[in-house]
Design a protein. Sequence first.
Length: 550
Amino acid sequence: MINPEIEEINYLVRKYLNVYDFRITPDHLEFYFTLGDEELFGKNFESLRLEFKKRGVIPIVRREGGEYVLVVIRPPRRKFMSVWVNIALLIATLASTIWVGIGYYTTYYGSHGLWQNVLGGFLYFALPLMTILGVHEMGHYFAAKKHNVSVSLPFFIPAPTILGTLGAFISIREPIPDKRSLVDIGLAGPIAGFIVAIPVTLLGMYLGGLNPPAINPESTNQYILLNVPIIYEFLSLFIPSPEFIHPMAMAGWVGFVVTAINLFPIGQLDGGHVARAIAGDKTKYVSYAFAGILFILGFWYPGWIIFAILVVFLGLNHPPPLNDITKLDKKRWALAISGFLLLAVTFVPIPMQMVTLHENMELSASLDSSILVENLSEYTTLHIFVQNKGEMKENTTVLINGDFNISKMEFNFLVEPGGNWSANVTIGMKEKGNFQLKVSLITKTGYGKEVDMDVLCLNESNTLKFVPDEINKYSFNVTIENSGMPRVVKFMSLNNEYFAVVSSTVSVKDNSIVIDENSSAILHFVVGGSTVILAIDNAHYEAAFLKVEV
């Protein structure tokens, strides 16, 4: 520095401070002064700083060995990036968030053509997210301008992540004046971004309730689960939040998470500014402690480990403000406390996680009767019961197949975890034979189960008959006549009622007899209740039937 300049600086310092000693060193000037009224000193220092700013020098005040020292230095000239860099990054980040937004839009609404998908990705995700991030950074910008601190416009960071961006930042181009400025500049961004994130989230919740997902979310058992902060839970009291988040509500969620991350009391994050204003030189211990907490949380959410490594690499220490003497006033203390309360309501220990829900669908099916007989019981009822014993909603299809007349062959329904579904279906015979009835269950994830049942379909026999064919006793004799070829006849109860062949004029084995051509047999039956006894010729799928009403 040349002598006239030193004299001018000496004059200005003595104009605002009570100097009792002055020293010149090769690279800076030192002024020893008495503090006096601390509040007045703060105002005088700011006036002096602005005077020096015009002259390209910086005042720094410290307390050393019980004395107050003002150090005046000339910082090296710095070359700043052109505003075109800000514009280029803004355009690139807008493009990357639209690209990601298209994915969220089409996943939620379905694909509707290129330009509508682009518009949807822009309106429902990119625009609200960029607005939140932009307002956050402009909060810092205007707070810095208010305190006469030179700052850059926001630099947005495009990235191929699930958000399409790593956020944004502004470059503070000169040291922050004092502790109060640290609090104001540090909290202006998070508060501004938080305020904008609230209506974005509410609108997203409203749109989610108005328009449920067009693409079926139950088509997979793997989900990205977004854990929501306290503020999100609170807002959902006013507009219930759907289970599957709308893209705009996700942008609001990101806004809250970004607010929390910036409020971490680490290094030169927004919360680090506030911590430095409160704790002074001891802030580094707060930074170490919180970085350690992030490493621990990294066992549950690896993203915190990556972030902790990043902040350690960038530095856990925070430089002091130019005036590290003037204390915080009540207004700034209240603001600082509100900042940490804001951290509490926006922080999520595990922001997101991949969840695999276990599937366990139970399918049961039964028939009133597995035997259908022409002119007697040509129809039966199929009872289907489905129970969801798994952990996820199941979009389910049940199919019924077989060579039958089936009243309804397909059902589509949604079953909640722990819920169930049932249906009754009429099954009618088409022709004689032994046929398989298949009931299949399949979910949108591909999980499936089957139940197979054999159904015996019989024609009424023209050559085999009971005489008489109706009885109203528990114990009785009846004749079975065969006017056709020799055959094996098996007796069965149509409704599974108890019966027994007590005696017969022919040999009976396992409720079956062999009856010769053009012959008959006398049988003595005992029954437990009303039933229909069938005399079945399995070889020809024919049957005679005896109705018993008791």
